[in-house]
Design a protein around this ligand. Sequence first.
Ligand SMILES: Cc1ncc(COP(=O)(O)O)c(C=O)c1O
Length: 396
Amino acid sequence: MHNAHFDLVIDRRNTNSIKWDCMNQYLGLDGTDLLPMWVSDFDFACPDAVKAALQRRVEHGVFGYSERRDDYFEAVQQWFTRRHRVTIKREWIQSIEGVIPGISLLLQMLTRPGDGVVIQGPCYGSFAKIIGLNERRLLDNPLRREGTRYEMDLRHLEQLFIREQPAVMILCNPHNPTGRAWEQAELHALAVLCQQHKVTLISDEIWADLQLNGHQHCSVLTLPDHLLSHLVVATSASKSFGLSSLRISNFILPDANLRQRFKQRLDAHGLDVFNALSMEAATAAYREGDVWLDDLLVYLSDNRRWFAAQLAHRIPALTLMDADATYLAWIDCSALGLSDDELKCHMIEHASIVPSMGISFGEAGSGFIRLNLGCPRQYLEQAISGLAHLMIEHAV
Ligand SMILES: Cc1ncc(COP(=O)(O)O)c(C=O)c1O
């Protein structure tokens, strides 16, 4: 389905965009003629209401120290009630500039160097990065592949808990890179296991708003009260509304003790002042962004359907994995019989696209690529042509 707002191609080059302007710095690539499909931010303009709120605040011209006020908290709380059927108490909300900085602080708060932290691979690379840089040990509970879908392996997880006695597990819901959104029964079983083994579960729900085809997000916050004391939820308007560089996220901590310790960590780092523009943007997005987001979800669902059909028809050697949510396409390229380095070269030289390489999501990602479908349809057409060209070259 066409939508003038999302179909519009906006030139992002020369805006300091990591995805468009920093391929050389991050990947050693001259990206001039390449289509970047790696970093997970989308290429759409944010809602007009957000732009207007930012413009009003910029026009004011004074940017002294700022704090969140009632309208900010109410916007977050009401968003969760409206969109995710979750009731959040105001005092549960702590804010920090990003989800990754917040998770990193939690790791420092809840574990010591050398302790294990559980993730489920293939897994968003920054989790492994902050676990490693904080000198914690990464413990993998690999997701089980069932055809074109992924499942959690709770039996393996229990063994891991018994053997390693970790204090923390990071859950990604919906899951980057696979796009799997976890269901109530799975989350319940996971939370029970965590409670039994005294593991604090950090549920990264940054992708929660981006559900495809009318799918409903299920937050761990919908679990019964007695399971909430071991849970922390990370969330942000950044993925949903394209505000990643504005840097504000919310950590929801139902347990008073965890909350007080987290607040102390924030204060210890001087993280008790908030960016005036970020707050305006997030408040406007949560208050006025419903219709815009609903339209976006239609566009993203349609993008994915179109891309899947084209891939199946024109490039059947590549297998797209099922996704309930996100704009990420997790694609199994192993039938090409290439090493990860060769796959990368082929994508760049023959398909002229820059993917995220699956191997950067851990061993389970070997042979995969992740493509960002959060872009105008025109870019997807370019990507499909590139992949079809790669197949011709590969067959030669
Ligand atoms: C699962 C997940 N968590 C966190 C982030 C980054 O969050 P932030 O920019 O708020 O640190 C991303 C970005 O792609 C992500 O996919």
